[in-house]
Design a protein around this ligand. Structure first.
Ligand code: TQI
Ligand code: ZN
Ligand code: ZN
Length: 167
């Protein structure tokens, strides 16, 4: 079953913007993965997500970082922690730059045992950004375990019920 963060924090506006932190030179392919991940959620709730280049004005900040990146939650190299996102209204979404992220192609057939599907992790972390905690339902996006070389991007009924409680 879905959970929320303590106090049930959520965004108080409908039109949210996101920006990619400077310092990462992201390809259009990578940006498209995040756009798809946001779309999974925006199709079931009345929120919209729009990319902006106005970094200071953006609600959500996305960036890849390696090791210590000055928020008290350092990344740990390949596997282990893959990414983290903080509850509303933080909007901070960080990904471990040391992972072997799979952006295109099929992670389930990757020859790298450490390959991690970027879209799967993005859909999960956006759930956190929006206010969902972890779920006990194994099929859900918000279940707290994913194996490497797994693709899981379709919201489960449990995810939809949880996010529709918030928005
Ligand atoms: N990062 C953890 C996560 O996003 C960070 C975390 C631990 C956390 N406890 C939390 C975030 C409580 C919010 C609330 O769950 S992770 C998965 C999953 C991670 C894990 O790198 O371990 C995914 C990132 F759920 F599959 F295990 C993405 Cl999809
Ligand atoms: Zn961080
Ligand atoms: Zn999580």
């Amino acid at each position: 079953h879905y959970t929320f963060f303590t106090g049930m924090p959520r965004w108080r506006k409908q039109a949210l913007t996101y920006a990619f932190s400077p310092g990462n030179q992201l390809t259009d392919e990578v940006k498209a993965v995040f756009s798809r991940a946001f779309d999974r959620w925006s199709t079931v709730i009345p929120l919209t997500f729009t990319q902006t280049d106005s970094i200071n004005a953006a609600d959500i900040h996305i960036g890849f970082y390696s090791g210590d990146h000055q928020d008290g939650e350092p990344f740990d190299g390949v596997l282990g922690t893959l990414a983290h996102a903080f509850s509303p209204p933080s909007g901070q979404f960080h990904l471990d730059g040391d992972e072997n992220w799979v952006v295109t192609g099929d992670v389930t057939t990757s020859s790298l045992t450490t390959a991690v599907d970027l879209e799967s992790v993005a859909v999960h972390e956006i759930g956190h950004l929006l206010g969902l905690g972890h779920s006990s339902v194994e099929e859900s996006i918000m279940y707290p375990t994913i194996s490497s070389r797994t693709k899981k991007v379709v919201l489960a009924t449990d995810d939809i019920e949880g996010i529709q409680m918030l928005y």
